[in-house]
Design a protein around this ligand. Sequence first.
Ligand code: PAF
Length: 257
Amino acid sequence: MSLKIIRSPEELKTTLRQLKRLSPEKTIGFVPTMGALHEGHKTLLESARAENDICILSIFVNPTQFNDKEDLKKYPKTWDADLALADHVGVDIAFAPEYSEMYPDNYRYQLNEKEFSQQLCGKDRPGHFDGVLSVVMKLFNLIQPTKAYFGEKDFQQLCLIEGMIQAFFMDVQIVRVPTLRESSGLAMSSRNVRLTPEEKTLAPQLHKSMLLAKSSEEAQKQLQQLGFHVDYVVDIEGRRYAAAKLGNVRLIDNVKI
Ligand code: PAF
């Protein structure tokens, strides 16, 4: 099957119904993204391709998860390169809807989690995880994937999505994929393209300090001294989480401790 681009939820449902009618036992591997695909996404897509009969990618810059409208405006868009990568990996369907199609209710209905989503990134970005969970629930309802692939870089997001699957008895297997890093240690992210050359040189220190510092307080101090604007460095249940800004680019990472 060659890459098919689908824009509307109705067309997606019709296409999947047809595929399922032809072969009901076929498995679906799904990778949700906001586009600007990089090597990290490629790894997710390669796993989804290798482990399933049908491989679906979504590209949707989801406005409801951006509390900062400037960040939304600046989010990189690389549509042609994204499709070329999808085609190269052997993705069957790229689903790229418009806001009005994904939110016919204009976000009147939302999904909330009331504990972990309020911590770490949720503290600095009110409503962020409500937007993430709401859109992921919509995508799962439309696609009904057998397996969905998420990077461990967004570990808080991953845990919240796993929690949602349990809470709502959803029939999707979540596959955790380890963070892909540049040789410098910097976690791959769509936002990295917005770093200046000087910031790009400094950025790997985030990972280094998180790994080497004896405590989260020490890591925070080191990063501040290096010129990062630190949102948080926090240790929770054997994992160290951090978010810090370089210029106007917000980097996040997490490591096992
Ligand atoms: O991780 C992301 O890119 C987004 O949060 C996701 C899961 C695609 C939802 O918009």
